[in-house]
Design a protein around this ligand. Structure first.
Ligand code: TYM
Length: 332
């Protein structure tokens, strides 16, 4: 059986990178897979979060997912801390994964910065919790943006080592699904930097909560270069900002980079940006109003998350129990 697991951190509101790299694909995949979608609040606190803001962002991210088309009735949507099975399996994985593997994780190096001694232990062990998120459901496929590829490789290595340590083919080796034309959306201010919730400039990203005027202003200010748009993929060499905006166009129109290049070849950025703004507003506008509708009733969001967590736990409990049995934990 094919089962999907994927997650997003409630460290702020979702941005266009989260939407195009992940959530938009989740919505499509719902037709073909059984899906478990998770708002990973336990991951979020690996860097300190204001407690009230964390709760608010958890609801906002849930609202964004529902508004984008996540079907929480047919599938499962919940916040991670409501299912303690993730943490339980993560401890076993802390004992399976090797320190050398974690030392190679580029995301830890980026997030810990220069003062690594001062990073939280949780930030370091984060990839093991992520492996547990996936494997506690024996998920087979994980739709993510490109930045999560290394974590997924670690999850596969951990599944494989667990299976070999305990002499059984217990966990599947989960496959990353990196889909669409915008698997790594870059900052609007710097084509060399990933679009991210933590960038201090709000002009670097389009948030799912941005209204039409804000989207228009941010795209107007988005960094470009002085040349007209190229007429071939090769013409994008050394032009990261042009490549990024064309990829955003391609993803929003469900097309390809090649089709975007063909359409805008030789045109000025000013014209292209106008069309891109119209497309972004057409796609994000309805999601934005739906989100507001959901957020007007926080109790209803909480009920969705609670029901999701109960159904999630019903899936994970027998898998965790079997893993604990394999490890040798006595359960009289
Ligand atoms: P997070 O919260 O950083 O991002 C959520 C999803 O959005 C994708 N993404 C992007 N895609 C394209 N361009 C971007 N600029 C961009 N920024 C983010 C991410 O790849 C991700 O798919 N560790 C994960 C959360 C997580 C998880 C999991 C994911 C925890 N457990 C288990 C999958 C399975 C994270 O920090 O995502």
């Amino acid at each position: 059986m094919n089962r999907i697991f994927s997650g997003v951190q409630p460290t702020g509101n979702l941005h266009l990178g989260n939407y195009l790299g992940a959530v938009r694909n989740w919505v499509t995949l719902q037709n073909d897979y059984e899906c478990v979608f998770c708002i990973v609040d336990m991951h979020a606190i690996t860097l300190w979060q204001d407690p009230a803001a964390l709760k608010a962002h958890t609801r906002e991210v849930a609202a964004a997912m529902l508004a984008a088309g996540v079907d929480a009735k047919k599938h499962i949507l919940f916040n991670q801390s409501q299912n303690p099975d993730h943490a339980q399996l993560a401890w076993i994985f802390n004992c399976v994964a090797r320190i050398g593997w974690l030392n190679r994780m580029t995301q830890f190096k980026d997030k810990a910065g220069k003062n690594r001694e001062n990073a939280s232990v949780g930030l370091y062990a984060y990839p093991n919790l992520m492996s547990a998120d996936i494997l506690v459901y024996k998920a087979t496929h994980v739709p993510v943006g490109e930045d999560q590829k290394q974590h997924l490789e670690l999850a596969r290595d951990t599944a494989q080592k667990f299976n070999s340590d305990y002499g059984v083919e217990f966990f599947p080796l989960p496959e990353p699904l990196i889909l669409g034309s915008a698997t790594r959306v870059m900052s609007l201010r710097d084509g060399a930097k990933k679009m991210s919730k933590s960038d201090e400039s709000d002009y670097s990203r389009i948030n799912m909560t941005d209204d039409a005027d804000t989207i228009s202003l941010k795209l107007k200010k988005a960094k470009t270069d002085p040349l007209p748009l190229p007429d071939s993929v090769e013409g994008l060499e050394g032009r990261p900002e042009a490549a990024n905006l064309l990829d955003i166009w391609a993803a929003l129109s469900d097309g390809t980079r090649a089709a975007a290049i063909e359409r805008f070849a030789g045109r000025q950025f000013s014209e292209f940006k106008k069309e891109l703004t119209d497309l972004a507003v057409a796609v994000l506008g309805p999601i934005n109003s739906e989100m507001k509708r959901y957020l007007a009733d926080p109790a209803a969001i909480d009920a969705v998350l609670k029901s999701g967590a109960e159904r999630a736990r019903a899936l994970s409990a027998p898998i965790l129990a079997e893993a604990e049995n394999l490890v040798g934990f006595l359960r009289p």
